[in-house]
Design a protein around this ligand. Sequence first.
Ligand code: APR
Length: 312
Amino acid sequence: MSKVTVVGAGNVGATVAQYVAEKDVADVVLVDIIDGMPQGKSLDLYEAAPLHGHDRKIFGSNDYKDTKDSDIIVVTAGIARKPGMSRDDLLKTNASIVQAVAKETIKQSPNAIIITVTNPLDVMTYLAWTTTKLPAQKVIGMAGVLDSARFQTFIAMELNVSVEDVRAMVLGGHGDLMVPLPRFSTVNGIPITELLPADRVEALCKRTRDGGAEIVALLKSGSAFYAPGASAAEMVEAVIRDKNRLLPCCVYADGQYGLKDVYVGLPTILGREGVKKIVEIKLTADEHSALKKSADSIRENINVMNQLLVAV
Ligand code: APR
């Protein structure tokens, strides 16, 4: 029986728990600092089990002891972005939270794989890796799956085709400098560059880059959670079921794409051991320079975070 711990039982965390249980992937422990809240949400989700026909146990707790021997730890604890707030404004607060969560969870589950969701994503993933000292292939960030799902949705809306036939690839950091790749985004194998004029392709890329902010502006308080929750659950499923999915994930670059010592979104084979491989595809000069720019910005933020943490 697989066990998945989700830390942070807020909007994203509860949605991850819901999808992981509904897909019948694993038992779930939901942890939060707020007394009663993870217990209440877990019981509510458990009470939906008969309606969904799964026997997954969903358990809420404020105590890390209950997370013992988890196969995967999904980190969603933190504060969410508010309107007008950039992802990087979140840096200081969320760094302290993610550091504490990483320390506590890995004590209970030293063999776990960590999937980070807390923003700013790439920097938090790097922090989870340095804090836990796990091998890099076991610490992975969720961003590319979400950004690609958003791109897929916008492509399907634009062309009035089923999302089932749309695949898309978005690399780079989970921020304004993310790198949607239209050449590698297709409707059943046909690149969208063959189906749409260049200005429409660029408009869809821009909407993808601004995808998180668009939701924040509409919600007024809080940020997206259905698609982020579903994206994290998809990664959890790929690991638990050892699916060898090729997904864009935030992973440690050690020379791939000419990038070193940074966590950034790259195409990855994801399975039971975490990152089995980083897939290197040939990029155009423009695509490569956009990826490098995105990685450079993440590296700068990692440096800022390290200074902030020393100052704490
Ligand atoms: N330990 C455990 N839980 C914590 C801690 C902590 N140290 N600090 C905060 N939390 C919990 C909060 O109590 C809250 O329930 O994290 C939860 C966060 O939930 P929400 O505020 O609903 O935020 P959510 O929308 O779920 O986003 C969480 O994911 O997508 C990212 O940008 C988003 O960084 C944010 C994270």
